[in-house]
Design a protein. Structure first.
Length: 654
């Protein structure tokens, strides 16, 4: 028999949890909830770290935590601070007893770990934060800097070397500095004329908001909450990866219909646990992080990293925003998961700290993951799939306003990218091989780079079992029915780079690659004999056909039947909470027609020796366009919209 437990701000933890006598805290209900039970939380503000005590037993015997229908429930990792004393000007001072924090004081914990980057002389940042009526402050390195904050209107994006505007310049003047002693934490903050005692002034005190302390608490649903203001730490793939919310190495969670924001680092984590490595590269300094990451894959297999025990999470219809590192993060624990219908924005756009593990979605070992119909904009990087992207499908997503839209790194495929709008100036980067790109709109640059100095694993299809590992020579990619736009390279990537790494508009970065597998074999046989030597430095085949290149974008020299248009433009436009694709395409675009593509039409991936399949092993069917319409059997327009026509058009895409 299942139970329903109620929680309300008017309740008591000595009550029985009924609708008439609710509990006061969600954690009290969590101590009692059994598989099949539901915890209903009523309107109000709850300042606690919810730590589930047990999980469900199956998809139909879950433990569900949900906000009461129609009621606004917010769970915060912060506490309100009063008693601020005015020091001078707009600078106020608060003394906080360390008993408020317990064993974890965010103002004493540095943002540190593998792949974080601090420049010479740059002060270390901490996990603490100050909020004024919900506005997150910036940390500065000294008491004097609190009095004289630098108001910034633009910052430099370290990866693209492009200067980008600051979304809220006034926010950069709201700064704090803290000093921690044995018994107290003293915080100085510049409130820019506001009275912190008359406003809602908070500091984060808890690492997480909804995150179990034990592993393998499976089949939990979290629905309908506002979750915010957690001091979550830096989450590289070689460390424990706690987020504001997450399953902590389990299976079958559903995180849906939530508003999740202001995680110091990562919001939703479906990632790695600590026993398989924790920042060994930066702590020990004896091996590169790459080597420790490789070891973590094998260590995870030893503790049960497989489809029976880990992954298969569903993250859907959430709004995720204003987080310092990632909206969704996960190494290893993300396998077999679905991420769909989410709105993700303002991720790592404060530029308060920098490192190489940042993105709206940042996954490692994304095996059979579906990233479907998400709106991702105004992030430093929209989606970054790093290592072991295999069986993953990125489909029907809308990217725009990002420093970069999509980056796939050191993966061997097969992975499928179809019917997306990549609308930012830097649209796609591949440091990988084995991808298929079908019916996308690529409005910005394409950057391609080989990685011959890092061998990464690939797997048996639809499995975590390692089949081998190899370096990245590039190529082995398939491009069918995409639209490419030209533009100014300097706007996307500063002055660009050299050689193959130089970004292009279109597919000209593949020039010189073989245009068929047969041509690839001919190049292999033309080299010196020897099983190893004859494969070195030989670029793999690129299969390209039916793509459209407008406004100066250029095709791959080996492409079959490209359509090259004079002029043409596209733009992603927001209006009244909706998103539109505005296009102006020449009449010749009407001749660019592409039939429905399936996995049977895509050559196998060479290294993984695998096909483009659905998770059940059947051939992938690529017949749903960006708006959710099933494409007709006869050939339709290139790009993500089956009904896209020449001339001026305006189509709602979100």
């Amino acid at each position: 028999m299942t139970s329903v437990f109620h929680v309300a701000t008017t309740g008591s933890d000595t009550a029985d949890g009924s609708a008439q006598r609710p509990f006061r805290t969600i954690n009290r209900a969590a101590t009692l909830a059994q598989p099949g039970d539901t915890v209903v939380v009523h309107a109000g503000e709850y300042r606690e770290w919810v730590k589930p005590r047990r999980g469900g037993l199956s998809d139909i015997r879950r433990i569900t935590y949900q906000a009461a229908p129609g009621e606004h429930v917010v769970i915060k990792g912060s506490e309100r601070i009063t008693g601020w004393a005015l020091e001078n000007g707009s600078v106020w001072r608060a003394e906080v007893p360390n008993t408020l924090f317990g064993a974890f004081n965010p103002f004493a914990e540095e943002i540190t770990g593998d792949w974080i980057v601090y420049r010479d002389g740059e002060p270390r940042k901490h996990l603490g934060d100050v909020y004024l009526d919900g506005l997150s402050f910036y940390e500065v390195g000294s008491r004097a800097a609190v009095e004289r904050p630098e108001i910034r209107t633009e910052v430099r994006d370290d990866w693209t070397a492009v200067t980008v505007p600051v979304a809220n310049p006034a926010q950069t003047g709201h700064v704090w500095y803290a000093e921690v002693t044995d018994d107290k934490t003293v915080i100085w903050a510049n409130f820019q004329g506001a009275d912190p005692n008359a406003s809602l002034t908070e500091i984060n005190v808890r690492r997480s908001v909804f995150f179990p302390e034990e592993h393998h608490l499976d089949w939990i649903t979290v629905r309908g909450f506002e979750l915010c203001q957690a001091a979550s730490p830096w989450t590289p793939p070689t460390a424990d990866q706690p987020g504001l919310i997450g399953p902590n190495w389990a299976k079958g969670w559903i995180i849906e219909d939530n508003d999740i924001h202001d995680a110091k680092c990562s919001a939703i984590s479906i990632g790695k646990e600590i026993s398989t490595g924790h920042n060994f590269a930066s702590v020990r300094g004896d091996k590169p992080g790459y080597q420790y990451q490789l070891e973590s894959v094998f260590a995870a297999r030893e503790i049960g990293w497989d489809s029976e025990h880990i992954g298969s999470h569903v993250i859907r219809r959430n709004t995720i925003h204003d987080c310092g590192q990632n909206g969704i993060v996960g190494h290893l624990g993300c396998v077999f998961s679905t991420i769909e219908d989410n709105h993700i924005y303002n991720i790592a756009t404060k530029y308060e700290y920098y490192g190489y593990e940042i993105g709206g979605i940042k996954l490692h070992a994304a095996i059979d993951v579906a990233i479907r119909h998400n709106r991702i904009h105004d992030c430093t990087l929209g989606t970054w799939l790093d290592w072991q992207t295999q069986g993953t499908r990125i489909t029907r997503n809308v990217y725009y306003g990002n420093s970069r839209d999509l980056f796939v790194e050191v993966s061997h495929g097969p992975y499928l990218v179809d019917h997306n709008v990549l609308g930012s100036k830097a649209s796609f980067e591949s440091f990988s091989q084995g991808g298929a790109f079908v019916n996308n709109l690529v409005a910005g640059t394409v950057r391609l780079e080989a990685v011959p100095d890092r061998a990464t694993p690939y797997h048996r299809p639809h499995s975590t079992q390692v089949a081998g590992y190899a370096v990245i020579w590039g190529g082995d990619d398939r491009w069918i029915g995409n639209i490419f736009l030209g533009g100014d390279l300097a706007q996307a990537y500063g002055q660009g780079g050299d050689g193959q790494a130089t970004p292009h508009h279109g597919l000209a970065g593949y020039d010189g690659f073989p245009a068929s597998f047969e041509e690839y074999l001919e190049r292999i046989e033309a080299k010196a004999p020897g099983d190893h030597q004859k494969f070195l430095d030989v670029q793999q085949a690129v299969y390209a056909s039916g793509n459209v290149f407008a406004a100066g974008a250029r095709p791959f020299a080996g492409e079959r039947n490209p359509t090259v248009l004079e002029g043409g433009s596209v733009a992603v436009v927001e209006q009244d909470g909706e998103v539109y694709l505005e296009a102006d395409l020449p009449p010749a675009f009407g001749d660019a027609r592409v039939g429905v593509v399936s996995g049977r039409d895509l050559p196998r991936v060479r290294f993984a020796d695998a096909d483009f399949e659905e998770p059940d092993g059947s051939p992938a069917i690529i017949d749903i366009d960006l708006t959710g319409e099933t494409k007709p059997a006869e050939p339709s327009a290139a790009g993500p919209l089956a009904g896209l026509k020449p001339g001026q058009t305006r189509t709602r895409i979100w």
